[in-house]
Ligand binder design. Sequence first.
Ligand SMILES: [Zn+2]
Ligand SMILES: [Zn+2]
Length: 296
Amino acid sequence: MPYRLLTSLAVRLNGQLYVFDAGEAVQLGLKKARLGIRGLDVVAVSHLHADHCLGLPGLMMLRAQLNDPDPLTILGPPGIARFVSQVQESLGFYCGYPVHFREWSEDQGEIAYQDQQARIYWQPLKHSCFCLGYRLEELQRPGKFSPDRARALKVPCGPLWGMLQKGEWIHLDSGEKISPEQVLGPPRRGRSVAYVVDTRPCKGIYQLCHDANIAFLEGMFLPEHNEHADAKGHLTVEDAARISRRAGAGRAILVHISPRYGQEDLPLLEAAARERFAQAELGRDLEIYPVPLPED
Ligand SMILES: [Zn+2]
Ligand SMILES: [Zn+2]
């Protein structure tokens, strides 16, 4: 729409960028949001409908302009590799970095991707074609450092504290060895976000949104247009709000609103969602949603 971009979610975590879906002109959104694409090494595509994958070539070409880009991993449904290779071959565009594909299949398991700080899970959804939902989960963080315990063990305040905090063993001048477990609390759960679009209600959504800090879900239709949602394989705002509340999500941000609704209809969609879940709201283009570290 002239006033609404296609749906895409970028998750920024310590300088890394994880992008979910790449509709047409996704690179403009990234630029407008000033996210840059250095640090973007993974793109996860939900399904092979144009509004979710046509932006891949532009994104890949923009990335090729970086100085010495890292390899790119593309996650997606069966056929995503063929789609990208065909476009690449037809347009003859140069990439300059390796592209690895990981296509979903029955025997691949629930983990689509993992790096040193996060893990991406995937689950098949229920749409008019094969569609995947995703969940990005930060890996467990080390437990909370206790200065009192460190002092009691006669560890001098300074670099040794830092090493223990990072989970390393240290040696004291006395020759005594101290393990990180002696000064750290239990490991802390990482933060998580879910990304679920283009689906009817199904079990996979609950798995992806379970206790997520933020669930980004499609809010394609108003409840009174449920017959369209059913026919086209989408959620209504009411479905999305209800499912995220039941799944225990902290917040639900509803995205991928049908083009049949103008900007003036958005408050209606939001109100219908809030009736089911007080922590639901409509997503706005380029909005930033911080996920604070838990207090523990
Ligand atoms: Zn679709
Ligand atoms: Zn769609």
